[in-house]
Design a protein around this ligand. Structure first.
Ligand code: FES
Length: 86
C-alpha cells in the first residue's frame, strides 16, 4: 500500500508573518505531529510567494489557501488525504 503524505506549504514572508503565519505554523505543527495525521504531512516554510494581499498564505495539494487559518488548512489537508486514499 502506498504511504499517504501531503506537503503543506506556509509562507513565512514578512507580510504573512504580520498576518499570523507564525501562529498558524505553530498550531499546524502541533496538530500534525499528533493524532491520526502523525507522519502524514510535512510542513514546509516558504519565502514570500508574491500574494501578500492574501496573507497569510498556505498551499495544500497544489491549491492556494488565501487568508489561511488553521481550520481552512486542516480541511484542505483532510480533503487531500481523502483523495489520495481513494
Ligand atoms: S509575505 Fe507571504 S505571500 Fe508575500
Amino acid at each position: 500500500m502506498k504511504h499517504k503524505r501531503e506537503l503543506v506549504f506556509v509562507c513565512s514572508g514578512s507580510d504573512c508573518k504580520k498576518a499570523g503565519s507564525k501562529q498558524l505554523k505553530k498550531g499546524l505543527k502541533k496538530e500534525l505531529s499528533d493524532g491520526p495525521w502523525k507522519g502524514c504531512c510535512k510542513l514546509i516554510s516558504t519565502k514570500c510567494m508574491d500574494m501578500c494581499k492574501s496573507s497569510p498564505l498556505a498551499i495544500v495539494d497544489n491549491h492556494f489557501i488565501k487568508k489561511a487559518d488553521q481550520s481552512k488548512v486542516t480541511l484542505a489537508i483532510k480533503k487531500a488525504l481523502d483523495k489520495q486514499g481513494s
